[in-house]
Design a protein around this ligand. Structure first.
Ligand SMILES: [Zn+2]
Ligand SMILES: [Zn+2]
Length: 406
């Protein structure tokens, strides 16, 4: 069976977002067509208690609200950090961790107590004194249950394992012997499989996409997602299909949209009248020729640095998408995708399809849309389905790329 999964989110406890109700999440999952959603923040004791009291086990290792059809999977993000011998700064890397049941969470919480790690925020830290200690701790987590999965999150963003802040040459420097337990990576909003598939240590791994959202909104949940071929609707079946790379396709942001896609400095910085974007010839020292300050290496250039041209890429199916509600907003020329007229138009489109994911996969999209909605909106939806959109200029130095639907 095909399952649409989105396994990285955050709850209201992640800070600054207010309470997010699981019932609202479930409503959005139905609109989007997401079958299984990561709960977010499941290690935080308050959150664990809340999830335990609200959810019932609906299938092995999956949980639902009473009387509701949508499934949740127990998930958190954890930041691992340690000082590696050859690096001046600490290496810090975000990871998604998936748990098969509440007892595995409880055991992980006991480990964190034993390590004297604070567990008071949605996305906790595990700080290790050395690479060997980190490696031992990762093995201890994995030993709790063979179905626990530790997944490097948004691998090439500044907070990802391969990000420009860490500047690692190889992720083995961080994981050591634990590297063989890293089977899956998350591409993140700023990269797609094409950018990662020729990086030596990543080339053979499963690549998944998740929304990493902090909201139940229709343009957040499932803004990136993964469709897998799974033997059953259960936690063990999902984990084995991920470990065996049974990915039907991933839905990705167009990486050019990301705020740090290219290396450069924007025009409104101190000492700047013009902006500079480097695509081909980046100064080796990353010093900006206009203001003399150091630039952050863009994600695109970071990937190029790591890429080995000799690697023959594994075939990976993926599509670039924009959330439908944002396509509607762009077509109407309205900035706020939550405005009434946008939602009205969105509702009209959604009447024709069981879910948004079904719409994007529909091979007769043009026929089904014809005559029911505005022509310009139809043209834009079809353009997005056919990947006829780009971001020009692409994102750089904190500016998002500017959407252009052809
Ligand atoms: Zn993160
Ligand atoms: Zn500058």
């Amino acid at each position: 069976m095909k399952l649409a999964i989105d396994l990285h989110s955050h709850s209201g406890y992640a800070g600054g977002v207010g309470q997010i109700e699981l019932s609202d999440v479930s409503k959005t999952m139905k609109l989007k067509g997401i079958d299984v959603f990561g709960t977010g923040d499941c290690l935080l004791p308050r959150r664990t208690k809340e999830l335990h009291s609200l959810l019932n086990e609906s299938a092995e290792g999956l949980y639902s609200l009473p009387g509701d059809s949508k499934n949740f999977l127990l998930q958190t993000e954890v930041i691992f950090s340690t000082k590696l011998a050859d690096y001046k700064n600490k290496t810090i890397a975000h990871h998604v961790i998936l748990f098969p049941d509440f007892s595995a969470i409880e055991k992980m919480q006991k480990l964190m107590d034993k390590w004297k790690m604070k567990n008071t925020i949605g996305r906790p830290f595990v700080v290790s004194n050395s690479q060997t200690e980190l490696q031992d701790q990762l093995f201890e987590i994995a030993a709790i249950d063979p179905l626990i999965e530790i997944i490097p999150a948004h691998v090439v963003t500044p907070e990802g394992i391969f990000g420009s802040k860490n500047n690692l040459q190889q992720i083995a420097e961080f994981y050591g012997d634990f590297l063989s337990n890293i089977r899956i990576i998350e591409t993140g909003l700023s990269a797609d499989p094409k950018m990662l598939q020729q990086i030596p240590e990543l080339a053979e791994l499963t690549m998944i996409s998740n929304s990493d959202c902090h909201s139940a909104a229709i343009n957040r949940i499932g803004r990136e997602f993964t469709v897998i071929d799974s033997k059953a609707l259960s936690y063990p079946a999902i984990i084995s299909s991920l470990r065996e790379n049974k990915i039907a396709f991933t839905a990705e942001f167009n990486p050019q949209e990301g705020r740090f896609y290219h290396t450069g400095h924007r025009a409104n910085r101190a000492g700047h009248e013009d902006c500079v974007i480097f695509v081909d010839e980046i100064p080796k020292d990353l010093i900006c020729p206009i203001c003399g300050k150091k630039m952050n290496l863009g994600v695109s250039e970071r990937c190029q640095q790591l890429t080995d041209d000799k690697i023959i890429p594994t075939e990976r199916k993926y599509m670039h998408l924009i959330p439908l509600v944002e396509v509607v907003a762009a077509s109407l020329g309205i900035k706020n995708p939550a405005s009434k007229s946008v939602l009205k138009s969105f509702g009209q489109v959604m009447k024709l399809f069981p879910s948004e994911i079904a719409l994007w996969q529909d091979t007769k999209l043009a026929e089904k849309l014809a005559g029911s909605i505005d022509e310009k909106l139809i043209a834009n939806i079809l353009a997005v389905q056919n990947d006829n959109f780009s971001f020009e200029p692409a994102g750089f130095d904190g500016n998002y790329g500017v959407l252009k639907i052809k």
